[in-house]
Write a protein that binds this ligand. Sequence first.
Ligand code: ADP
Ligand code: ADP
Ligand code: ZN
Length: 213
Amino acid sequence: MNIILLGPPGAGKGTQARHLVEARDMIQLSTGDMLREARTSGTEMGRVVADVMDRGELVTDEIVIGLIREKLVGNRAGGFIFDGFPRTLPQADALAELLAATGEKLDAVIEMQVDDAALVARITGRFTCGDCGEVYHDVTHRPAVEGVCDKCGGTNMKRRADDNEDSLRQRLMEYYKKTSPLIGYYYAKGQLRTVDGLAEIEDVQKAIAAILD
Ligand code: ADP
Ligand code: ADP
Ligand code: ZN
């Protein structure tokens, strides 16, 4: 099964993707994570990407499609969860072609609906475990022991430089201009499903499970 999690920054895509990896042996493909890795690589591409990300703008289609293409070869396990990709219509077309080329298809596009007011609190409270990537929140999802990851015991918690209100505003603008047209695109194809992203994490999990089953 191959699915897309679609929603603005802070909608809960990464949180739900990680759950699906554990529960269904799926593979999470987060272009945001891949790009953050690329920027630490010291390559020319890494430098270009860092600038764009810090401005809260979208990286070029060419770069992200290239990253996804590399990941689609080889192990498919329980299928792919596309998290933060596609973010533009050309990326959506490219994904359809890449999947078709390997005889695969997209099974569902799950739109996580949230309202903008909730996103500021989501984004400014977000931190992740630097060792395993588990996603936490200052208010809604704290580790059981302060500063210690529930999943791996790591104590290396990190906050993203772009998780501030100014950057969020820019990222939201990009979302409405370039990504939200994908909602209509997938609706027209009969692939769009919607969940309430404002519900509790476990309830969102259940809503997604109901769609996938
Ligand atoms: P969030 O968790 O806030 O939705 P991501 O981690 O998915 O953010 O993305 C962080 C940044 O990486 C984006 O603001 C953008 O600059 C870049 N990025 C991630 N995915 C894409 C993509 N599919 N196309 C273009 N840029 C991307
Ligand atoms: P995205 O990948 O869409 O940018 P994340 O999964 O990183 O979003 O979630 C953003 C922040 O909101 C994180 O701090 C996460 O712990 C928190 N969060 C995610 N889902 C929920 C939810 N349903 N209710 C409350 N907080 C949530
Ligand atoms: Zn951890």
